[in-house]
Design a protein around this ligand. Structure first.
Ligand code: NAP
Length: 248
């Protein structure tokens, strides 16, 4: 298994859900992890808990949709930590409604966080990663980005956009030993999906060949692999972690 003890990771959207699981997994594998979310209190609580168990983490408030803020927060992390080796662009939101009812604000809000947020993070890590001639960038998309979904045109567009961003960035950065990959989770039990009615949940489980809802850890284990030494020959790929829902 990879040893991340000399590596600095940034995980966006680390205060809860999938990002929290990714943070725990990387920290417990020895990485020095910076947790980012809009709420300083929320990321600080997760960070303090991990540090009390002996792991090395720090928390920063950062809105990934704000280009200047991302550049400045990431710059201060790179200076403080002496580099950035791993970036997990996980922060994401939904604002679901049918096309006919969707407002421009609904569209902009979701695209600005889910897609532009990943661009903002990648822009901020490229120079430190190029300097180290090493980097691992992992973008968290969604199966909805592969299949589309009624009522989620903004979310689906943002998540499909991440696939193109991943492949193009992977091609640009491969010669610098920076890999860029994408994970497309299926239905994962988190706050984002917690509001589903029990009946809707049961119907959903019927569409999952493996017969269960996923966990944050199902995603985090793949992040750990893609961030590690053994994944050095994998770039520009999208991996569905969805209990077999898509199989495309
Ligand atoms: N859960 C699923 O079934 C599922 C399936 C497919 C894909 N995904 C994707 O997986 C990722 C995580 O989902 P989740 O279910 O864990 O979501 P979640 O429980 O709602 O957590 C979202 C995280 O993103 C942060 N965040 C939101 N807007 C942000 C912003 N502008 N800047 C920085 N941080 C921001 C939130 O913290 P603050 O509110 O404090 O900012 C929180 O830490 C998302 O990209 C989501 O689209 C989830």
């Amino acid at each position: 298994m990879s040893n991340f003890s000399d590596q600095v990771a940034i995980v966006t959207g680390a205060s809860r859900g999938i990002g929290k699981s990714i943070t725990e997994t990387l920290a417990k594998s020895g990485a020095h992890v910076y947790l980012l979310s809009r709420s300083q209190n929320a990321v600080s609580a997760v960070s303090e808990d991990l540090n009390s168990q002996g792991w090395s983490t720090k928390a920063r408030a950062c809105d990934v949709s704000d280009f200047d803020q991302v550049q400045s927060v990431f710059k201060s992390i790179a200076e403080e930590a002496g580099g950035i080796h791993i970036l997990v662009n996980n922060a994401g939101v939904t604002r679901d409604t049918l096309l006919l009812r969707m407002t421009e604000a609904d569209w902009d809000f979701v695209l600005d966080i889910n897609l532009k947020g990943a661009f903002n993070g990648i822009k901020a890590v490229v120079r430190p990663m190029m300097k180290n001639r090493f980097g691992r960038i992992i973008n968290i998309s969604s199966v909805v980005g592969l299949t589309g979904n009624a009522g989620q045109i903004n979310y689906a567009a943002s998540k499909s956009g991440l696939l193109g961003l991943t492949k193009s960035t992977a091609r640009e950065l491969a010669s610098r030993n920076i890999t860029v990959n994408c994970i497309a989770p299926g239905y994962i039990e988190t706050d984002m999906t917690g509001s589903l009615a029990p009946e809707a949940k049961e119907n959903l489980i019927k569409q999952i060949p493996l017969g269960r809802i996923g966990t944050g850890s199902d995603i985090a284990e793949l992040v750990r692999f893609l961030a590690g030494d053994q994944a050095g020959y994998i770039t520009g790929q999208t991996f569905a972690v969805d209990g077999g829902m898509t199989m495309i």
